[in-house]
Design a binder for this molecule. Structure first.
Ligand SMILES: Cc1cc2nc3c(=O)[nH]c(=O)nc-3n(C[C@H](O)[C@H](O)[C@H](O)COP(=O)(O)OP(=O)(O)OC[C@H]3O[C@@H](n4cnc5c(N)ncnc54)[C@H](O)[C@@H]3O)c2cc1C
Length: 382
């Protein structure tokens, strides 16, 4: 049986970045991915390195600030460009309640090193000349990042490969051998592989994979659809989103909230139509494309007639308390789980390294105890 220090299951942002750092730290690593690398949710997301919309606790703010700083020089470090650019985010505000709440958010984030500025309607109209100003009070402006998520996955994959990671795409894990000592072997295709520790980094598929070890990790998901338009170079220069984006979609059977970014060639990547679905699938719906189109034209009449050239759907994973899970499973000695990050792209260059440190028995520079799966221990033991 082939043996490694660490087996990583899942080849998305989390698995690839962690495998890259593990091998860089000298570990022997095998990464098993059911489909193509990045084919889960990572390569098909919008590519935003969000900074201003997440939780306002100290740890999350630190992860955003220091994660974003890691992008300086990351393309050179990984040896491949992923179209990284800093991009202003205009968070559109249409009610006094949201204006007040973003003023409070700005008052926390700005002194913490993540500047957020509120601008009124007049300045917003100058920044966004195509925006329908009906009901607009203004916007919260922050400077986030934007990248090509497919290239971002590929950059980590290539760098991991150079570091010696045994990358195995199209190799789903189908079973795990569990003893009192923990996970002793993992079945991948017709082979059994063994490792000192197994890291499950399977996004929305996490419960299916941890169930193979008899562990119930409460990661749930909703289905989110995204769309790409034909190129419209020079029309937009910001990422846009509605301040009530998350509350519009939260807990709904189906809903549409608008956010979009211009890619370097002028196509717009537009999110998202959300449906609650027990199945994980890739589909886009008639409901999604028509409702997104209606909402978008209401906000930006200039987009009437713009053609959508591609649409798809992907699962968005979340936990019951909407915090990530990162850490060792209390019921299994050597089984590590990481899923449901909040600002995934922003934080993954930092967390990939920290998770690699944890997998090799070390402590990250700041405790991630807040994300410990042990907080769901009651749930995992049911
Ligand atoms: C429409 C949309 C837009 C988004 N936009 C953004 C954004 O702009 N910015 C941002 O930060 N986040 C965004 N997200 C969220 C982001 O995509 C996810 O947080 C991130 O991709 C999760 O990465 P991951 O590595 O945890 O999971 P994934 O990328 O889903 O990787 C998990 C992998 O595990 C594999 N797997 C499953 N079962 C097995 C098995 N049995 N054996 C082996 N492998 C297995 C899967 O095939 C998959 O590739 C968006 C999500 C959606 C749906």
């Amino acid at each position: 049986m082939q043996s490694y220090d660490i087996i990583v299951v899942g080849g998305g942002f989390l698995g690839l970045s962690t495998a890259y750092h593990l091998a860089g730290m000298g570990a022997s690593v095998c990464l098993l991915e059911a489909g193509d690398l990045g084919s889960g949710t990572s390569a098909t997301c919008s590519g935003r390195a969000q900074v201003s919309e997440g939780h306002l606790d100290d740890l999350n703010i630190l992860l955003i600030r220091e994660g974003l700083a890691r992008f300086d020089g990351l393309q050179e470090e990984l040896g491949m460009g992923f179209e990284w650019q800093r991009m202003p985010y205009l968070c559109l505000i249409r009610s006094q309640r949201l204006w007040d709440s973003w003023a409070e958010r700005a008052a926390v984030l700005t002194p913490a090193g993540i500047p957020v500025e509120l601008i009124g309607a007049e300045q917003l109209q100058r920044e966004a000349p195509h925006l329908n100003m009906d009901g607009m009070l203004g916007a919260a402006v922050s400077l986030e990042g934007l990248l090509n998520p497919f290239r971002f996955c590929w950059a980590y994959a290539q760098a991991a490969h150079r570091n010696g990671v045994d990358l195995r795409p199209r190799t789903p894990v189908t079973a795990m051998q569990v003893t009192e000592r923990g996970i002793t072997a993992v079945q991948a295709g017709s082979e059994w592989l063994s490792a000192g520790a197994v890291a499950v980094m399977c996004g929305a598929w996490t419960p299916q994979v941890t169930a193979m070890a008899g562990a119930d990790v409460p990661v749930h998901c909703t289905h989110a659809e995204a769309y790409i338009t034909e190129p419209m170079p020079g029309l937009f220069h910001h990422t846009y989103g509605l301040a009530d984006f998350y509350e519009t979609i939260h807990g709904k059977e189906r809903a549409v909230a608008i956010g979009f970014s211009p890619e370097p060639n002028g196509t717009l990547i537009i999110t998202e139509a959300v449906t609650r679905s027990p199945d994980i699938h890739r589909g886009a719906s008639f409901y999604g494309v028509t409702e997104i189109s209606r909402e978008l034209q209401r906000l930006f009449p200039v987009l009437a007639g713009a053609r959508v050239v591609r649409s798809w759907g992907a699962p968005t994973a979340f936990t019951p308390d909407e915090e990530p899970v990162i850490g060792w499973l209390p019921t299994r000695n050597n089984l590590f789980v990481a899923a449901s990050l909040v600002e995934t792209i922003t934080t993954v260059p930092l967390l990939g390294e920290w998770m690699a440190t944890m997998l090799l028995g070390g402590e990250p520079p700041h405790s991630l105890a807040q994300f410990d799966p042990a907080r769901f221990v009651e749930v995992t033991r049911k």
